[in-house]
Write a protein that binds this ligand. Structure first.
Ligand SMILES: *Cc1c(COP(=O)(O)O)cnc(C)c1O
Length: 478
């Protein structure tokens, strides 16, 4: 058996897995106890003896795929992870083969170029301008002002991207912090609805998670820009300096956008760094119809944007982008910015902008996912999922005993059946145990909700109707 034979049978198994899931075969989710699964997959013996090839490989794949959560299944509505464009998976294979650890240009010129161009495309969607690629036009590049250009890097996920953006914010306010540590008077302003990776990042920065100060919000938990100035005044009286204001675009739980324009105006007036966490919702920038939800994003200082959520890329790839690229260069070391465009440097060494040293060709996965279908189809897909959420909310409201948390602004819908929080959790528990539907649950606005993240192009309103009927049936049993 040659490698190509094994590769062929692997691809066939994967294609059959995805096709079966898309056709709605099998359960979306099943969770056998881990010890049982380890035994069934015969992992310890395979590690000891090898032989994972041919017939043995086919058997392993059968078991492995059988115990995998089926994202391609139309009734997968749980988490904000893309049903990947299949071409994106090809990029993962190419990356695995070439193994170009592209954080320095010489270890992966093609991979680094793809990343730079993908980033340039994303920066352009925000309304920012990337520096010309090295070698593009050396004469006009000479002596230019680094802060005139935006810059970015792709990193392993939104959590790391948020940390990186906050490091850039710290580099602006406290340039000595890299050497001397984070000043104790810095705080980060974010709403309660902000993703937990924000408070993690603040804790990692050494400020302690309590340095996240909860900004005032409206009734739906969105940052209330009108009350932000008084809140910042109060912090100043306390002797605290805001390192950054964090806006969610959109929030994880409810999928709602903070009003970026109004927040940006407050931040600009006070010279406070505005960070926009667009991990999920920045993808709406691709849609001419939906991008108005992010109006004002161009006035932010930093933005993060996950490609493995709404851009259909396989996990994991997140862009961290900074309007004045010099601050991103300063996030991990000082005086780095000019190195990037040194005349002897034919490409970009992304290593200066990221926590990572060895880095995967993350841009290739994003590029393959998008370039397989093209930008227009990508935008149409995002619009379709958003419209589906709006229709789902109407369908849910039309049923007796159901309540919707907020009119959806994205592909996320939170709802609940009349009854206590414990009922929602028990419903989800029973639903997951059965495995024919897979949804998530979240806390927002002080209550527990059932939550749909409509990531799957194969999901229809019929699937959502069937889910509601099943929830009512389960509730009737309880
Ligand atoms: C998903 C998400 C994150 C975390 O991104 P990962 O890629 O999962 O690390 C951060 N912020 C928001 C708003 C998100 O939706």
């Amino acid at each position: 058996m040659t490698f190509l034979d094994d590769a062929g049978l692997t691809l066939e198994a994967l294609a059959a897995y995805a096709a079966g899931a898309r056709a709605g075969e099998g359960r979306v989710i099943a969770q056998p106890p881990m010890a049982e699964l380890a035994r069934r997959l015969d992992l310890a013996r395979l590690i000891a003896d090898g032989g994972l090839t041919a017939e043995r490989l086919a058997r392993f794949l059968d078991l492995y795929l059988g115990a995998s959560t089926r994202l391609q299944h139309p009734r997968y509505m749980a988490h904000q992870v893309a049903v990947p464009a299949e071409h994106g998976a090809l990029a993962a294979l190419i990356d695995g083969f070439t193994n170009n650890a592209m954080a320095i240009y010489e270890m992966g010129p093609a991979a680094a170029t793809v990343e730079a161009v993908v980033l340039g495309w994303m920066l352009g969607k925000i309304g920012w301008r990337a520096a010309p690629l090295p070698g593009a036009d050396t004469a006009s590049n000479a002596g230019r002002d680094e802060t005139a250009f935006a810059g970015g890097v792709l990193t392993h996920g939104g959590s790391l991207a948020n940390l990186t953006a906050l490091l850039a914010a710290r580099a602006r306010l406290a340039p000595d912090a890299w050497e001397h540590g984070t000043p104790r008077d810095l705080v980060v302003v974010a709403t309660e609805a902000s993703h937990y990776s924000i408070s993690r990042a603040v804790a990692v920065l050494g400020l302690g998670a309590r340095a996240v100060r909860n900004a005032p919000t409206d009734a739906l938990g969105r940052l209330d820009a009108a009350r932000l100035p008084a809140f910042l005044d109060a912090l100043a009286r306390e002797g605290k300096r805001p390192m950054a204001v964090v806006a969610s675009a959109c929030s994880t739980a409810l999928g709602l956008y903070d009003p970026l324009s109004a927040i940006a105006a407050v931040c600009a007036a006070r010279d406070v760094w505005l960070h926009v966490d667009g991990a999920h919702g920045a993808s709406a920038l691709v849609s001419p119809r939906l991008r108005r939800r992010l109006a004002g994003i161009e006035a932010a200082h930093s933005v993060i944007w996950d490609a493995h959520k709404m851009l259909r890329a396989p996990v994991i790839s997140a862009a961290v982008m900074v309007r004045a690229s010099s601050f991103l260069d300063a996030a991990f070391r000082e005086e780095a910015s000019y190195l990037f465009h040194d005349k002897d440097q034919p490409g970009i060494d992304f290593i200066h902008r990221t926590l990572e040293c060895t880095k995967a060709a993350l841009g290739l996965k994003v590029f393959f996912a998008i370039a397989g279908m093209g930008e227009a189809a990508l935008a149409a897909g995002i619009e379709r999922q958003t419209d589906l959420a709006t229709e789902a909310a109407a369908l849910i409201r039309a049923r007796p005993d159901f309540e919707v948390a907020a009119e959806p602004e994205t592909n996320i819908v939170c709802f609940r059946l009349d009854g206590p929080d414990a009922l929602q959790l028990e419903l989800r528990r029973r639903l997951t145990e059965d495995g024919r539907f897979y949804i998530s649950s979240t806390e927002a606005l002080g209550r527990r909700w059932l939550r749909l993240a409509l990531m799957n192009p194969a999901t229809t309103l019929t699937d959502i109707g069937a889910l509601l009927t099943e929830l009512q049936r389960l509730a009737g049993e309880m």
